[in-house]
Design a binder for this molecule. Structure first.
Ligand code: DOR
Ligand code: ZN
Length: 405
């Protein structure tokens, strides 16, 4: 495949180049003769990587499944996603991990990797699986995956491959219980305590630590004090005002914070290492019953791209946080950059296209969005996976996702 006149971001500038992809790999970038696909008018970016999604398959298919979830990913510009282990039966054993892979293989439209769940006494299973990352819920969220006991947590921090990241949901279970007794909402202090604990143990064990959906500046600063501490931003903590949502919709763990906190996060955007959508699809019925989280795959990049169009964030920030850094941190080889020798995963963004967020029109089974009605500028109109068009103008063309191991 030859892509002509592609406007790409190279060494800090937007430049027009031709891109030749052979056998799924970028063979050459530069002046290349021959007929090809004209990319005029588009920004051509690397296939994005979302390191934090909940595809729900393996027991909660009525909320989402591998097919609908990975279609949502593609429509949102992601060619690689990492799926969380808090399934109906959490993915904490070798057997379930294998079952999940087997089920996903036949259904995925983009590439998918799996976080493995850390649970009490499952170190043997962790070693047998040797996953690309270990996810630890320090406090309870959706599902019953939890590892709050310090002894158990410490053992996992000690034993898990130090070249791979431990991802934590940082809300301290003890603090959550205290707040439940006081009958108050989850407060920032649950995040502060968990981050302090996770960072202390990680530093003591000289291992990396990746904190998902960081929602307060205090936590963000604490994480970035440590050279091997990584912080993930979630779109909803930056773009959503809970006060403007009906109260049954606004619930998410960790909760949306106030406008002051949001402003502080925006002012310190450079401290974040990645963006994870935390795509957490629920039906409206489940939301009314108190389910936490939002679908986010189809809005995550589009929100940041719209912010780029409004000069609130630069393209460099988006590309590092949504492609390059996730690839580096999670060890996903040859991904996240448009470079010779890298995978031919490209997305074509039409920067002039204005559209309105409508849950009903999305690919996620959730069929709603907390950003409903928002007008955004810029849309992903074409997706190329390993040198083949898999998505164009809302149509899915070829299913060729693979599992990352
Ligand atoms: O709001 C949330 N929803 N936070 C989480 O940590 C999990 C997620 C889910 O799986 O629904
Ligand atoms: Zn999550």
């Amino acid at each position: 495949m030859l892509v002509k006149n592609a406007k790409i971001y190279l060494k800090g500038r937007l430049v027009e180049k031709n891109i030749l992809i052979e056998n799924g790999i970028i063979k050459k970038i530069g002046k290349i003769k021959g007929k090809g696909m004209d990319a005029k008018g588009y920004l051509v970016l690397p296939g994005l990587i979302d390191p934090h999604v909940h595809l729900r398959d393996m027991g909660m298919e009525y909320k989402e499944d591998f097919e609908s979830g990975t279609k949502a990913a593609i429509a949102g510009g992601f060619t690689t996603v990492l799926d969380m282990p808090n399934n109906k039966n959490p993915i904490t054993t070798y057997r379930r991990y294998k079952e999940k892979i087997k089920k996903a293989e036949k259904k995925i439209w983009c590439d998918v990797g799996f976080h493995f769940g850390g649970a009490k006494g499952n170190l043997k299973e962790v070693k047998k699986v040797n996953p690309l990352s270990l996810k630890i819920f320090m406090g309870k969220s959706t599902g019953n995956l939890l590892l709050s006991d310090e002894y158990e947590m410490w053992k996992h921090f000690h034993a898990f491959d130090k070249r791979k990241p431990i991802v934590v949901h940082a809300e301290d279970e003890g603090m959550l219980r205290a707040m439940e007794k006081m009958k108050i909402e989850r407060e920032p202090i649950a995040e502060w305590v968990a981050v302090e604990k996770a960072l202390s143990i990680a530093e003591y064990e000289k291992r990396n630590i990746y904190v998902a959906h960081v929602s307060t500046l205090r936590a963000l600063k604490r994480i970035k004090e440590y050279r091997n501490g990584f912080a993930e931003a979630s779109p909803h903590h930056l773009f959503l005002d809970g006060k403007k949502l009906p109260s049954y919709l606004k619930g998410v763990n960790p909760p949306l914070r106030n406008i002051k906190e949001r402003k502080l996060l925006w002012q310190n955007l450079k401290l974040f290492d990645t963006v994870g959508s935390d795509h957490a699809p629920h039906t409206l019925k489940d939301k009314k019953g108190g389910a936490k989280g939002f679908p986010g795959l189809e809005t995550s990049f589009h929100l940041f791209f719209d912010a780029y169009m409004r000069k609130r964030v630069n393209l460099e920030w988006i590309l590092t946080r949504m492609a390059e850094n996730p690839a580096r941190i999670f060890g996903l080889k040859k991904r996240g950059i448009i470079r010779e020798g890298y995978l031919g995963n490209l997305i074509f963004v039409n920067p002039k296209k204005e559209w309105i967020v409508k849950g009903k029109k999305m690919n996620t089974k959730a069929e709603w969005s907390p950003f409903e009605g928002m007008k955004l500028k810029g849309k992903v109109e074409k997706v190329i996976l390993r040198g083949e068009i898999i998505y164009e103008n809302g149509k899915f063309i070829k299913r060729k996702g693979v599992i990352l191991r």
